[in-house]
Design a protein around this ligand. Sequence first.
Ligand code: COA
Length: 381
Amino acid sequence: MIAAEPRTLPDGESPDLILVPATPSERIASIKLNSREWRGPLDLDTYIARENHLLTQRLTRDGLTCWVLVSRHEAEDNRTILSACESYRKTALLAHGGVVEKVATHGVGSVFSRPEFRGKGYAKRMMEELSTKLETWEMEKEKRGRSVFTVLFSDIGKKFYAQFGWRPFASSHLSVAAKEGGDTGARELFAEDVQKNLCSEEVLGKLHDRMLAASQKSAVAKIAIVPNFDHFLWHWAREEFYAENLFPDRSPPVVKGAGVDKAGVYCAWNRVFDDVPEDNILYILRWVYEEPTSPTEEQTTIQAMAAILRRAQHEAHEWNMHKVVFWNPTPLLQKAMALVDPTSELVHREKDSVASLRWTGEAEGLGEDVEWWLNEKYAWC
Ligand SMILES: CC(C)(COP(=O)(O)OP(=O)(O)OC[C@H]1O[C@@H](n2cnc3c(N)ncnc32)[C@H](O)[C@@H]1OP(=O)(O)O)[C@@H](O)C(=O)NCCC(=O)NCCS
């Protein structure tokens, strides 16, 4: 429910304001409020159903907190929501000084103030409080007892969140138009193939080993949000929910990525359905491949990436997506894209989905700087 409007709105800096986890009914109230911003092609009830469906996913069912900025003088379940957001608890790797630790972190999303309450400092107050709260929120069982970083993906540029410590990190992407195609030489991956080829203990173990080796060579701490299968399931729950609602007569999308086994190159994707088909995007969530060790191997890897990209273009076409997009491409992926579409240019995002990280490792003796490994779309929330 949405509580009654107060006669006079409190000041954003008022000591009366507190940031607290929403009660279940306040969570629904905050979803209703932000629906006008994010429900896209869904009606209100379906949008609420989507949010509830996402909440039951493995990634979020134990780690999602809906936060609301409210007056401490109002009664629970009947409070006026001045600003709201969500945090998602995630597992990460931290590599420093020849050690790799499994740590917990939070991603922040759905930052929202209702239009009539904007410009009064509520989102600022919320983010200021949230920034320090997340350092210890649900960290009781962690070895350090606190997080060393949190992330968010800003849709309002680089300045707003930076004032609370979320610094902008690499936020580039490549895109290529959807296109009908035949056999490209890439194998289509179903969910279980993605689990095997992108999320296995072996693949995650290699990430651990690479971060360990890198931490022995450089003093700068490195973090990565663990790209476990739960992330992919969460993204797919979203796309399948949309597909079922928008295309009730069509079976849900089952091709979740593509790979070329002989080159050991794989990717996983999801389809994002927006208000209008021109904004629909097939996002490559993550790439997995071994660094080639010879020019011949490099050519094999690039050719495999190109075949996968062509398969992705076809999949995008099949689902009425406008284009294929992937974040922060490596030099090899840029070479592959040059084969598929020589006109495709690297875009550096200044406003939307700016990957931002708040580092508090310095206070833990981990140094001033941090490298964000695997800054790819799977980590978005
Ligand atoms: C962004 C949003 C949460 C700000 O809420 P708010 O309560 O009005 O924010 P505050 O009053 O605390 O702070 C306002 C500041 O936010 C900045 N801001 C608001 N919208 C912005 C935008 N679209 N782009 C850049 N900055 C923006 C303002 O410039 C202002 O900065 P200033 O004080 O330095 O001038 C609100 O406008 C909103 O809900 N927007 C729609 C949803 C959205 O885009 N959320 C962010 C997702 S990352």
